[in-house]
Design a protein around this ligand. Structure first.
Ligand SMILES: [Fe+2]
Ligand SMILES: [Fe+2]
Length: 445
């Protein structure tokens, strides 16, 4: 199934759908166009048993091909599919012209008149060789005999469910950095590694480079928390977390000595590091049946930057997926928080300054503002020195004043909770590094 051939079929298919919309399915123009579509479809099969089209986020995809350019042109069509809840269309090789016509006549029904799910409609209309549904086939959209792969898929889903229950706890308690959660995520991946190939990749990352592995866990958890605060649904939060878990998977294919190099990278080495985006997307593409297309998109886009001046270099206009923008923020935030071989240990106020400087360039300005509203300049549990010399621990952010959290005084005065938003005369002077001058207060956090 060639890229051009599938892309051409999609173009003709969509234009014939538009023709049906403007005229009707009896009209000569539609019949001509349908003839072309059907002929084209037969060519696309090229000996294969089925053609699977994926529709997720802003893109149309098939197999390993993502039709970025076409997707931009038919953005409205993609929105329509999304509204219908169609993320995947499967054309089986025995599909008839009549079935194709019926499918198109379903697609021209005004959305508010549709009373059944698309798959129900197709089945009720007697269409056997076209199926539609969600990308993840676990909802019974594609009832077939259960294969070994499907059993493993269910296993994966069950584990995700367990993980998602745990996440609920995190989300409800509003705690971001939950060590326990990291251990449990780690255990789940341990259990999955034999059953599911892609998770063994994560295990490889762990033994290959522990810093990258920890970073993947951190970004994942941070992104879930951020997405939750942005009011994404619980399921979406989980998908975003999974995308975070795999965003740097391409690093597995870059020499360890470059990844862990302490000094400055030379140009060639930097180019190698940059290739982790494309490499990662390529690896994940072969697992879209399990992971959906989202991790592929995020791996590819997470260094593109808001102004598209990052990498990989693109030679066509492109709109970055919002999830990639979310991951990009969490990614840099975590990289700055962790002590890295090539960076100094930054204080929260320095991290804030560094990131805010890149607002509108590297980062989506609106998202970045919301991010710091949620995180505050000083995240919960930061040890701070107040301007009057007292030492306090940050307990809770004030979303409408990110510089004035609620803190608990632990030294230099009586123990008390102070809401810096109300007590305007009390201000934070600086944070204390928990590994050096703040060390003696660690037990109090
Ligand atoms: Fe990366
Ligand atoms: Fe990263």
């Amino acid at each position: 199934m060639g890229f051009e051939s599938t892309e051409l079929f999609l173009k003709i298919f969509i234009s014939s759908w538009q023709t049906a919309r403007i005229y009707n399915i009896e009209h000569r123009l539609f019949l001509e166009s349908l003839e072309k579509t059907y002929t084209r479809l037969r060519v696309v099969f090229d000996g294969e048993k089925e053609l699977v089209i994926g529709i997720l986020d802003e893109e149309l995809a098939s197999g390993e091909d993502i039709f970025f350019e076409l997707s931009r042109k038919v953005a409205k069509t993609i929105t329509y599919f999304k509204k219908l809840g169609i993320e995947r269309i499967v054309f089986h090789e025995d599909v008839s012209k009549e079935e194709l016509t019926k499918f198109i006549s379903f697609l021209i029904i005004p959305i508010d008149e549709i009373k059944h799910t698309p798959q129900e409609y197709l089945s009720f209309s007697g269409i056997k060789n076209i199926e539609v549904g969600k990308i993840k086939a676990a909802d019974g959209d594609f009832p077939e005999e259960e294969t070994k792969e499907e059993t493993e898929f269910k296993h994966y889903q069950d584990s995700l469910k367990k993980l998602s229950n745990l996440l609920d706890g995190v989300l409800n308690n509003n705690t971001v950095d939950d060590l326990n959660l990291k251990f449990i995520t780690n255990d789940i991946m341990d259990n999955l590694k034999d059953g599911y190939q892609i998770f063994s990749k994560l295990k490889e990352v762990k033994s290959y480079d522990m810093t990258t592995f920890t970073h993947l866990l951190n970004v994942s958890i941070l992104a879930i928390y951020f997405a939750h605060k942005l009011s994404f649904s619980r399921d979406d939060c989980l998908d975003i977390g999974v995308a975070g878990l795999f965003h740097d998977i391409g690093k597995l294919y870059i020499a360890k000595k470059i990844i862990q190099k302490k000094g400055k990278l030379d140009e060639g080495e930097f180019d190698k590091i940059k290739s982790h985006t494309v490499l990662g997307a390529e690896i994940l593409l072969s697992h879209i049946d399990v992971l959906s297309i989202l991790p592929v998109v995020v791996a590819f886009e997470h260094h593109l930057q808001y102004n598209l001046e990052g990498y990989p270099k693109l030679f066509f206009p492109h709109k970055i997926n919002v999830v990639s923008s979310i991951i990009a923020i969490c990614d840099v935030y975590d990289a700055l928080i962790q002590r890295r071989s090539y960076k100094r240990d930054y204080s929260p106020e320095t991290i804030y300054e560094i990131m805010i400087k890149d607002k509108g360039r590297r980062f989506d300005p609106k998202l970045l503002d919301v991010f710091f509203k949620i995180m505050g300049v000083w995240p919960q549990r930061t040890i701070v020195r107040l301007e009057d010399g007292r030492i306090a621990i940050v307990k809770q952010e004030n979303e409408d004043d990110i510089f004035s959290p609620i803190v608990e005084v632990v030294d230099g005065g009586p123990k008390e909770l102070v809401d810096l938003k109300i007590r305007k005369e009390v201000k934070i002077k600086q944070s204390l590094n928990p590994l050096t001058e703040g060390k003696k207060y660690l037990d109090l956090i």
